[in-house]
Design a protein around this ligand. Structure first.
Ligand code: ATP
Ligand code: MG
Length: 556
């Protein structure tokens, strides 16, 4: 039977979490599913979190369940409401809605009650040892630990001391509450794990009410249980915590949430730890959390990636049980897929050389209709002004071209996109031999829609000199030079691998309609790439970030 189920799952291409959920629903183990996304509000979310968000919210959506957003705010020292707000904004932007917004701190009273309950059951005690003594007493994987001299305090004494801890009688580090399990347990986490520590610090939600705070292992599972989370999904490194997660739930006899682990997402040329990202921001290596080179969701958004492309990326990455390093180019591929379908097109020349049409009536402006998206030629269009002086890309002209060069060359013909065919008659140079002007004639009969379509091999983009709008372009490259940032040699600092060319500036000359674009997503600069208007833009000084180039070197 099990075999048969597995085969069906394979045919339907289910990932292991979907298999588990379908089986739990089928067996009646749960009636509906409830997941949660549990960020610690100590930094901005990154693409790894996006993966976890898509997974938690996506699974609930797929199986008619719900997802809570729960802030894991058990460490007041590092946490802040600035992060809470950004996290909520990022999840909404990704296109997900949470059922309830909760905080671990909402449950501090209940967690405290449960801690007393475990004390009363003889399963927890107050330890006066220092952090170092506790660490030393844990032993090693090979050798058992030693029991704390305070381990066998009476229930009454433990209750009294724990209440005094709560009341603020002791300084940070003076006492801790530990579960009383087994100092020789093969799983080190079972050697009397810490449940509570003293931190005299202001909490962004509970203020100064508490000076003892629960540890991860005594908070996460209990919060899951309170919220009736059926499938608590976390990353692989927590698999050793799972037995402890189950232990607390069992001893307290509360709602049996279960934990499942999947591989965290790693990307080439990227660091993902919040500590490192914070350091990049604090030390000015990037302009902020939303610097378009950052792997943060706000950085990615500013860069011009769409929520659709991030969700597509999460889907393609899939759910693995083993560590994975994903090629950054997959993310770019997803952005191209989405933007290719949806983005509006405009012509922008980045390295201009002037092309003059000698048989054009001086001063004449002719407006052409050009579709905003070629996939929808009958759809909305923009108006493009054509005159006798246009900019083309310097790279679209070659004086001594190789054989298969189909762009403009001496005596050659090319179509200026959406308009006429022009023929190169003369090249003008300055004293140093640089080309300053290309003189052409145009063929009036080659106007699109006027008579028979004459085709030439090359079509190039252009912008009318009189109408060109100057843009600042910010061109991004990988933030780091090393693909495997997770395995740099010991003794090396990750900052040594910062790419000095991760940001370069360019100029663009755009057709006027670009500045009227209201699509809200990145646009395509025809034949070049996708670009997204930066919030630094002003009407006088538009700034565009390069999202990704058109060219695709990614192979599945
Ligand atoms: P960091 O170690 O950088 O501080 P974190 O894992 O501690 O990150 P949390 O705010 O605790 O950050 O993470 C919230 C959720 O996102 C957790 O469930 C965590 O497992 C998940 N998550 C974090 N990083 C990744 C990643 N790279 N890939 C997949 N899921 C991740
Ligand atoms: Mg964490």
């Amino acid at each position: 039977m099990e075999e048969a189920n597995k085969e069906v799952a394979e045919i339907r291409n289910l990932n292991f979490l979907e298999e588990i959920i379908e089986s739990d629903l089928a067996s009646g183990k749960c009636e509906s599913i409830m997941t949660r996304f549990p960020p610690e509000p100590n930094g901005y979310l990154h693409i790894g979190h996006a993966k976890s968000i898509c997974l938690n919210f996506g699974l609930a959506k797929k199986y008619g369940g719900k997802t809570n957003l729960r802030f894991d705010d058990t460490n007041p020292v590092k946490e802040d409401t600035e992060y809470v707000d950004s996290i909520k904004e990022d999840i909404k932007w990704l296109g997900f809605e949470w059922e309830n917004e909760r905080y671990a701190s909402d449950y501090f009273d209940q967690l405290y009650e449960w801690a007393e309950e475990l004390i009363r059951k003889g399963l927890a005690y107050v330890d006066d040892q220092t952090q170092e003594e506790i660490r030393a007493g844990r032993g090693t994987v090979q050798t058992p630990g030693v029991e704390s001299p305070y381990r066998n305090r009476s229930v009454e004494e433990n209750l009294k001391l724990f209440r005094e801890m709560k009341a603020g009688k002791y300084a940070d580090g003076e006492k801790v509450l530990r579960a009383k399990i087994d100092m020789a347990h093969p799983n080190m986490l079972f050697r009397d794990p810490l449940m509570y520590r003293i931190i005299h610090a202001h909490h962004h939600r509970t203020g100064d009410k508490w000076c003892i705070y629960p540890m991860y292992d005594f908070a996460h599972g209990q919060c899951d249980s309170i919220e009736h989370i059926t499938h608590s999904i976390c990353t692989l490194e927590f698999d050793v915590h799972r037995p402890l997660y189950d232990w607390f739930i069992e001893k307290l006899g509360i709602f049996p949430s279960h934990q499942y682990e999947f591989a965290r997402l790693n990307l080439t040329y990227t660091v993902m730890s919040k500590r490192k990202l914070l350091e990049l921001v604090k030390n000015g290596f990037v302009s902020g959390w939303d610097d378009p080179r950052m792997p943060t969701i706000c950085g990615i958004r500013r860069r011009g990636y769409t929520p659709e492309s991030i969700r597509m990326f999460a889907e393609k990455v899939g759910v693995a049980k083993r560590e994975q390093l994903i090629d950054l180019q997959l993310l770019e591929w997803c952005a191209r897929q989405d933007l290719n379908e949806r983005s509006n097109r405009y012509m922008v020349v980045q390295d201009p050389v002037k092309l003059t049409i000698t048989n054009w009536e001086p001063g004449k402006v002719e407006w052409f209709d050009a579709p905003l998206n070629p996939a929808d030629p009958e759809g909305p269009s923009r108006k493009v002004p054509f005159t006798g002086e246009v900019y083309i890309e310097r790279a679209d002209f070659m004086e001594e071209p190789p054989k298969k060069y189909f762009r403009l060359k001496p005596d050659g013909e090319v179509r200026l996109k959406y308009t006429y065919i022009v023929k190169c008659q003369e090249v003008v140079k300055d004293a140093e031999g640089n080309i300053t002007e290309i003189r052409c004639t145009y063929d009036p009969s080659s106007k699109p829609g006027a008579g028979e379509w004459r085709s030439v091999k090359g079509t190039i983009h252009w912008v009318s000199v009189d109408h060109a709008k100057e843009l600042e372009l910010r061109i991004y490259d990988k933030l780091f030079t090393e693909p495997q940032m997770g395995s740099i040699p010991e003794g090396k600092d990750y900052k040594e691998y910062l790419n000095p060319e991760s940001l370069t500036y360019g100029k663009g000359y755009a057709e006027p309609a670009l500045l009227e674009d209201r699509s809200g997503i990145a646009v395509q600069f025809e034949r070049t790439g996708y670009f997204f208007k930066d919030p630094d833009s002003t009407p006088e000084h538009p700034v565009f970030n390069k999202t990704v180039s058109l060219k695709d070197s990614f192979k599945f």
